[in-house]
Design a protein around this ligand. Structure first.
Ligand code: ADP
Length: 465
């Protein structure tokens, strides 16, 4: 590559931060993907002439590097079989369930591992190719854990950071992985390894000691010629953007309309998740339905709106889950709905940011009950939107967000009885109590927004020299 085109700051992620869209003239263009990570990193990219290395989203397509939204984008090619084995396979059928408490049984298959290695090497080579001498490279997430080591071998001059967006499991679970040592060594190629929680960072340090025979001191893993720092950097949302959106008149009007359409019940409960077995959707719907079964809530008192974004539908586990949830919703409505008034409104669709914000505003109780979640941004988005100090958050202890949002109504989602009780309390909390809790949670989310997250990580990485 032409030396003058090389970048001082490189982000490496499974996906590029843009989606292909077709405009009115039928021309294909690229539009920035929604989401906090992209929002947080784009300004840094623009300041430092950054480049982003990632897959553009469709298989078997060769694309030259291109410019979009003020960034240089370097596409990495994935074949159909790479998508199946590296992405759907090792990333989403092996690592995802293993790192989320083996809620589903991880698949350990050598052909998947080989694809993971092969594709990680391709990403490392692409990053090595675009990075300027001494550049900072920030590798993202579980799909690319081997990249730090591979990249350091190619380019020892670089400063390499890695951030894991999902939980990092304890020894007892990680130990199952036939390639546990290779994954740890992959991560140890970085100068700084960031996790969502303190537990993730300490699991990593402990595992490096146990399976790589390395000495550690506090947050540091000591290698022959350098040390690797492990620390926690809880990710967040773009709070200001959500505040702006949630105070727009049309969004507020839409929220009122949603309440009207739902028949103005005393309580609207809301769940917004990718349709994933980690999210605890079945547990929360069971708790809600049992409130009707027990006669504590009646049709007209409360409505549950569950938005379940389609996700990973080529993975068997996800197809089964979808069927189970749809059966559960049908049964609950069959038992307790009145004509034209279902107790659960279920939508298996994506929504615009605006519609999602209106739903957040309309909801009296946001129900976020994952069985395990690295952070859970939905919980923070809901809090950021409620400048009116109305609304209550029912939050799982197993979401990273619970480490920060102490004033939520916390639940253990495995405990259906306890969840049901907390759900009832959240529905009936006084306006003063809701306001007290919401005020405290908002302080945290507004101060620790996604900009601060990126800044703190990058400062810690620069300080590694
Ligand atoms: P995960 O990364 O596991 O999907 P998070 O809660 O951390 O879970 O992030 C999900 C993100 O996707 C949030 O920013 C949320 O607003 C967005 N999202 C979830 N469901 C939908 C939907 N149906 N339509 C649009 N955006 C959605």
């Amino acid at each position: 590559m032409d030396q003058s085109k090389k970048s001082e700051f490189v982000v490496v992620a499974n996906r590029l931060p843009v989606d292909r869209v077709t405009d009115e003239d039928g021309e294909a263009t690229w539009r920035r993907s929604p989401g906090g990570l992209v929002t947080a990193i784009v300004p840094v990219m623009q300041r430092r002439e950054g480049a982003w290395v990632g897959w553009q989203g469709s298989p078997d397509e060769d694309l030259e590097p291109f410019e979009a939204e003020g960034m240089t984008l370097s596409p990495v090619r994935l074949s159909g079989s790479d998508v199946e084995l590296y992405y759907e396979g090792f990333s989403n059928a092996t690592l995802w369930p293993l790192y989320h408490d083996v809620i589903a049984r991880p698949v350990y298959r050598r052909s998947l591992w080989e694809a993971y290695e092969r594709v990680n090497r391709r990403f490392a080579e692409a990053a090595a190719d675009v990075a300027a001498e001494g550049a900072v490279v920030w590798v993202q997430d579980y799909q690319l854990q081997l990249v730090p080591k591979m990249l350091r071998e190619l380019r020892p001059d670089l400063r390499i950071g890695f951030f894991l967006h999902i939980p990092f499991p304890p020894m007892e679970l990680f130990q199952q992985l036939p390639w546990r040592r290779e994954i740890l060594e992959g991560l140890l190629g970085a100068d700084l390894v960031g996790f969502q929680s303190r537990d993730g960072a300490s699991n990593f340090v402990r595992l490096s000691r146990r399976f790589c025979d390395l000495k550690t001191q506090g947050h540091e893993v000591i290698l022959d010629d350098r040390t690797v720092q492990a620390d926690h950097f809880p990710i967040s949302v773009d709070a200001q953007e959500l505040i702006t959106l949630s105070t727009q008149e049309d969004v507020k009007a839409r929220a009122a309309e949603i309440r009207e359409e739902l028949g103005n019940p005393a309580s609207i409960l809301l769940g917004v998740d990718r349709l994933d077995y980690t999210k605890g959707i079945q547990q929360r719907l069971q708790a809600f339905t049992e409130l009707f079964e027990d006669g504590r809530v009646k049709s007209g008192d409360a409505v549950f709106v569950q938005v379940a974004t389609p996700s990973r539908e080529r993975v068997e586990e996800y197809r089964i889950l979808r069927d189970e949830i749809e059966l559960q919703v049908g049964r609950a409505n069959g038992m307790y709905a009145e004509l034209g008034a279902p107790i659960i409104n279920y939508m298996h669709t994506s929504h615009t940011r605006k519609e999602l914000t209106a739903l957040y505003l309309a909801a009296d109780v946001m129900v976020v009950t994952p069985l395990r979640d690295g952070m859970n941004l939905v919980a923070k988005e809901y809090v950021a939107c409620h400048g009116d100090l109305k609304g209550a958050l029912l939050l799982s202890e197993f979401a990273g967000a619970a480490n920060e949002l102490h004033r939520a109504f916390l639940v253990n989602p495995y405990d259906i009885g306890g969840t049901k009780q907390r759900m009832y309390e959240a529905m009936h909390a006084s306006p003063a109590e809701r306001a007290r809790r919401m005020r405290s949670m908002r302080r945290r989310v507004i101060e620790h927004d996604v900009d601060l997250w990126a800044k703190e990580f990058l400062e810690a990485l620069e300080n590694r020299r």
